[in-house]
Write a protein that binds this ligand. Sequence first.
Ligand code: FAD
Length: 389
Amino acid sequence: MVDQVLTQAGVGFELTDDQKMLQKMARDFTAKEIIPVAAEYDEHAKFPEDIFHKARELGIVNMNIPAEVGGVGATVFEECLVAEELGYGCTGISTSISTNNLGSLPIILAGNDAQKQYWLGERIVEQGEFVSYCVTEAGAGSNVVGMQTRAERKGDHYLVNGSKIFITNASHANFFTVFAKTKPEAGHRGMSAFVIDRNSPGVKIGKKFDKLGQRASDTAEIVFENVEVPAENLLGQEGQGFYIAMNVFDYSRPGVAAAAVGLQRRALEECVKYAREREAFGVPIYQHQAIGHKIADMAINYEASRLLVWQAAWMVESGHANPKAAAYAKAFAADMATKAAVDAVQVFGGYGFMKEYPVEKLLRDVKIFQIYEGTSEIQRNIIVRELFR
Ligand SMILES: Cc1cc2nc3c(=O)[nH]c(=O)nc-3n(C[C@H](O)[C@H](O)[C@H](O)COP(=O)(O)OP(=O)(O)OC[C@H]3O[C@@H](n4cnc5c(N)ncnc54)[C@H](O)[C@@H]3O)c2cc1C
C-alpha cells in the first residue's frame, strides 16, 4: 500500500531486483573477505591489494567505468549501494578500493575516446591497475586554486614540476590524474588536468604517512621533477582543470558519504547487539533511557544520511547535478558518522576503548570523513554559496 502511494507520487525507495542482487553480493563479500581481516590490515597498515583484486573479479570495483570501454558502467546510485556495504566492513579498505573510481572520474568526465580506451579500458579494466587522484598540495588543500604545481607547454609535451600530498593509494598507483597550473596568473581558469604515468622519469613517490585511522588505505606524497607529459595526456582543454575537479566532486561525494553511512550502520548494529547483552543495575543497558536514546538517534541519523546520499546520487544521475545536494550528503553523513562512532564507544563503556571491540576502530576511522573530499566546513561554504547565489 505504502509502495503504491509512493509510486503514484513519483517517488519510490524499492530497489530493483538487480540492485538488490548487487547489494547482497557486496554485503556477502564484506562479510567473507573484509570483516575477518579488517583489524589485521588496520594494525599493520597493510594495503588491501589482494582484496581489491577479489572485488575486481566480482565486478564491484571500478564500477563507474563506461561499458563502451569494457567497464561495468554502473550508476552513481549503484556505486553508493556497494560503498555502503564495503564501508560497513572497513572504511580503510573501502577507501582504497573506491579510490580507483575517484581517479578515473576526470577521464570519464573530460577524456576523449582514445584516452578513455587506453587509460580506462586497457590500463584499468584489462590490466587491473591502480589510479590516484591528485589535487592536494602541502600549501593548498581546501584552497585548490592556491596550488603551485606547474605544467608548462613545450612543443609536443608539458613539463610538470611540483608535488602533491596526502594522495590515497599513491605508493601503489600505476598512473595519476593530476591537476596543475598551465597559466598561473589566470587563477582558477589557469588550471588544467592531466594523466601522468608513474613510470615517467621524474615521478617520485615520497613519504608514506602513518595515520590515526583508515590505516589500510595508503596515503603518500608524490613529487614531479621536470616530468615530460605528452600533450595528448591533457584532459579536456587547457584551463578547464578547476571545472573538471569540481564536476568530479558531484559524482564522487555521494559515494564517499555512502561509505560513512556504512560506518553508521556498523556502529548502530554493534550497539544494538551490545546494549541488549550488557547489563547494568539489573537490566540490559538499552533500558536506561540515556543509552536507548543514543541508539535511537544513531538509527534516525543513519536513515536520514542514507536518504541524502540516495538523493544526491539520483540528482547527478538524472542530469540535475548540484553541488549543494552532494554537499548536504557529504557533510551530514560525515558529521553523523562521527557522532555515531563517538556515541558507540560511550555505549560500550570501558570496553569501547579497547581494541578487542570493533567500535574503537570505528572512532579512529571515522574522523577523516569530515576532512577528505572537502572538509565539513567547505561543504557548508558550498551550501551557503548556493543558497545565497
Ligand atoms: C587520509 C587522507 C586521504 C586523502 N586523499 C586525497 C587524495 O586522494 N587526493 C587528494 O587530492 N587529496 C587527498 N586528501 C587531501 C584532503 O582532501 C585535504 O586534506 C582536505 O581537502 C583539507 O585540506 P588541508 O589538509 O590542506 O586543510 P586546510 O585547507 O589547511 O584546512 C585546515 C582547516 O581550516 C578549515 N578551512 C580552510 N579554509 C576554510 C574556509 N574557507 N572556510 C572555513 N574553514 C576553512 C578546514 O575546513 C580545516 O578545518 C587526503 C587527505 C587525507 C588526510
